[in-house]
Design a protein around this ligand. Structure first.
Ligand SMILES: C[S@@+](CC[C@H](N)C(=O)[O-])C[C@H]1O[C@@H](n2cnc3c(N)ncnc32)[C@H](O)[C@@H]1O
Length: 268
């Protein structure tokens, strides 16, 4: 079964523009800081952030005085990145770009990175090729990808049971699998490290967490709309159960340590 990548991409682009992704992106600050540190980004380096959202990793690289180009296919998120950069007095540029067809020359960047971003594009082979292509020989490629067995992986599978996605689409969290990420990045680079990390999600309660995602996070909003009134009740119950299963708090609040794979590679 062949997937219509263009149609899926167009649909996903609408979904990521719903709500206010920045409210969720701001919870992932640690992921950007960690990846930029692992990539050892230096002042003056040309850094491309792919599927940058509201600029999580871009801002981290800009704090190191790198020449940052922050890209995403949702223009409103790039505007938010620019506002955040301006508020902190940081220099960066933004540009609309699809992770599957990056409009840049071969080898144009010293560092190419994507935190919890490029993993969502449907044509995973194209993304792997593009991340490597636009990196210069000897440059670094970095990714942070939710792990298949993480809370987010369970959340996506729960949503998929209620609102099935396109047939034949490889799950985004497969980018969090070591063998898969090696295969997708291919022979044009050498994988230097694959590190399992966690991002701390802390909420007042499972109900508060669900309300947060339903209010701000486009994919969750779209899932509830598609599930309809009746389906939404069952979907909500299942998501609450996912949160509860990953909760490590002992004080009645919600504490989830969400696993992801941090990838650092060098271009040959
Ligand atoms: C979970 S957010 C992560 C954003 C950001 N990198 C961060 O760390 O918070 C996923 C982002 O990927 C973007 N995205 C998904 N597919 C994309 C594609 N094919 N091309 C460009 N951006 C894409 C979405 O617009 C969204 O901003």
């Amino acid at each position: 079964m062949t997937v219509d990548y263009a149609a899926v991409t167009a649909r996903q682009q609408v979904v990521w523009g719903l709500g206010d992704y920045g409210r969720v992106g701001s919870l992932l600050t640690w992921i950007g800081e960690s990846l930029v540190r692992s990539l050892d980004v230096h002042s003056g380096e040309r850094v491309l952030d792919v599927a940058a959202g509201n600029g999580n990793a871009s801002l981290c690289a800009a704090r190191r005085f790198a020449q940052v180009l922050s890209t995403d296919y949702v223009p409103e998120l790039l505007q938010e990145t620019q506002r955040r950069a301006d508020a902190d007095g940081l220099a960066l540029r933004t540009e609309v770009a699809d992770a599957q067809h990056l409009p840049y020359d071969d080898g144009a960047f010293d560092v190419v990175m994507s935190t919890i971003g490029a993993m969502f594009a449907p044509d995973q082979e194209a993304v792997g090729r593009e991340l490597v292509r636009v990196c210069r020989p000897g440059g670094r490629i970095g990714m942070a990808n939710w792990a298949p067995d993480s809370m987010i992986g369970d959340m996506f599978r729960a949503v998929g049971r209620h609102v099935p996605g396109p047939v034949g689409l490889v799950p985004a969290v497969s980018w969090g699998d070591e063998a898969r990420v090696r295969a997708l990045l291919g022979d044009g680079c050498t994988v230097q490290s694959l590190t399992r990390q966690t991002c701390a999600f802390r909420f007042p309660s499972t109900d508060a967490c669900l309300a947060y995602f339903r209010t701000w996070y486009g994919p969750t909003m779209a899932a509830f709309t598609a599930a309809g009134d009746e389906g939404s009740v069952a979907l909500a119950a299942e998501l609450l159960a996912v949160f509860a299963a990953h909760d490590v708090a002992t004080d009645g609040s919600l504490a989830m340590d969400v696993a992801y794979l941090e990838v650092v590679a060098t271009k040959r």
